[in-house]
Design a protein around this ligand. Structure first.
Ligand code: AMP
Ligand code: MG
Length: 413
């Protein structure tokens, strides 16, 4: 059976990131958080836009204050006061200074700022008590960014610091990639939506909700296609419909070896190419990955196991990085693993790569992993609520002792 890392390599290789102009749209900076740049950004503005002061103090000519000290202070006439946001009127002549405040434009003639703490004010004169360095506390125009040079490359995820940068250089319309469309469908005769009274034997379709949330967290645009019965014709119609609309289709259920597990054969009957049928992963062994060549736009199909825990684990491990890579992200789409100390024994039968769900916590600056309480059983959906990470036991490893280091996959946002 395919190993987890081989399956991951196959899947990520199948992903073709969005890149055509049709895959992009313009957004205003106000709504650009978490979007991904589709073109590099350059600004017409230098940053800072003007030579300005980094301190509250006095704008001076360096040659006037060179070598001065408390014993031998320089005395300068104050000719102007320049608050931030005001264009200076004077040119500083020898023996003169301007009172200047942080962020204010440097007056011509002055080349250095003496911080207020190194001066004493006497009416319209300032006594400079310590020599500054040449050009000290002046932020020169364009010293942080030169207009027309590349500011942010395509593929950048716009987070709060980048939004601040874009605002500062007045880039308020941004070309970003559209969000990947991810169709979600649940298969199973036994399934019912959470708002309906349960008839005997029915099971609530929690996967539709869980997958919707996961797709949103992965920056995809979810398309909810509902519950489909385990009937070949109904499945065929639903899957064909999903392929027609989406970049990625995620179904759950019907990929195992049971009598009602039709998903694989329907994929094949619709012309899909199956790349993966099962992975040596626990929970989550039955998982189908296929591609459809749909009018030049390839569609990636994930048939996840129906079991709610298996569906989540396979999504986190394989689907989430695939959606992120597809979305045009240049980097940071890979799953994030950290090393943690096990709070207690972690066990596996050693036959498949085993994922134990639970909590990753920082204790005194060190990561530790505590498995979710109660039974670690793929049917125990309830203890998933205690989960923000999955501890991984590789094939052949049957025990990780308390206090031993374990590899952990961070899940969540
Ligand atoms: P399957 O993979 O279709 O054999 O389903 C395995 C188990 O997961 C069965 O007990 C199903 O009832 C359950 N299951 C399947 N789909 C869902 C779903 N959408 N939400 C919750 N449980 C499900
Ligand atoms: Mg089923």
């Amino acid at each position: 059976m395919l190993s987890v890392s081989d399956a991951e390599a196959i899947i990520l290789d199948l992903v073709q990131p969005l890149k055509t102009p049709q895959d992009t749209e313009f957004v205003d900076l106000l709504t650009a958080i978490a979007r991904i740049l589709a073109s590099p950004v350059t600004s017409q503005l230098d940053f800072p836009h003007w030579d300005n002061s980094a301190m509250d103090g006095y704008a001076v000519r360096y040659e006037d204050v060179q070598g001065c000290s408390e014993e031998k202070p320089a005395v300068l006439e104050i000719v102007e006061e320049i608050p931030a946001g005001v264009q200076p009127k004077s040119t500083i002549q020898p023996g003169q200074a301007a009172r200047i405040l942080t962020g204010a434009v440097m007056p011509t003639g002055a080349d250095t700022v003496v911080m207020q703490e190194r001066t004493r004010r006497e009416e319209n004169r300032v006594i400079i008590l310590a020599a500054p360095k040449p050009q000290e506390f002046v932020r020169h125009r364009g010293c942080y960014y030169r207009a027309e040079t590349k500011l942010l490359p395509a593929g950048t995820l716009l987070d709060a610091p980048k939004i601040a940068v874009l605002a500062a250089v007045q880039c308020t319309q941004l070309r970003v990639f559209r969000r990947p469309r991810v169709a979600i469908l649940s298969t199973g005769n036994e399934l019912v939506t959470p708002d309906k009274p349960l008839q005997p034997g029915q099971i609530v379709d929690s996967n539709q909700y869980a997958l919707l949330a996961l797709v949103r967290q992965s920056a995809g645009e979810p398309l909810m296609l509902g519950i489909v019965k385990d009937e070949p014709e109904a499945l065929k119609k639903a899957i064909a419909d999903a392929i027609a609309q989406a970049d990625v289709v995620v179904s759950s259920g019907g990929v195992s070896v049971g009598d009602y597990d039709y998903v694989e054969q329907i994929i094949e009957s619709l012309g899909g190419k199956i790349h993966i049928r099962a992975v040596a992963l626990k929970p989550g062994k039955p998982m189908t990955v296929a591609t459809f060549d749909n009018d030049a736009r390839p569609v990636l199909y994930f048939g996840l196991p129906g079991n709610p825990v298996s569906a989540l684990v396979t999504f986190w491990r394989f689907v989430q990085p695939a959606i992120k890579k597809l979305s045009g992200l240049a980097k940071g789409w890979q799953p994030v693993f950290v090393k943690a100390l096990a709070c207690h024994e972690l066990r596996s039968d050693g036959k498949r790569e085993t994922y134990i769900w639970g909590q990753l916590r920082l204790k005194h600056g060190v990561y530790e992993f505590q498995s979710a309480g109660g039974l670690q059983n793929a049917g125990n959906l309830i203890n998933l609520a205690q989960t923000n990470a999955l501890a991984i036991l590789p094939i052949g490893k049957t025990l990780i002792c308390q206090g031993e280091e374990v590899q952990v996959l961070q899940v969540g946002a």
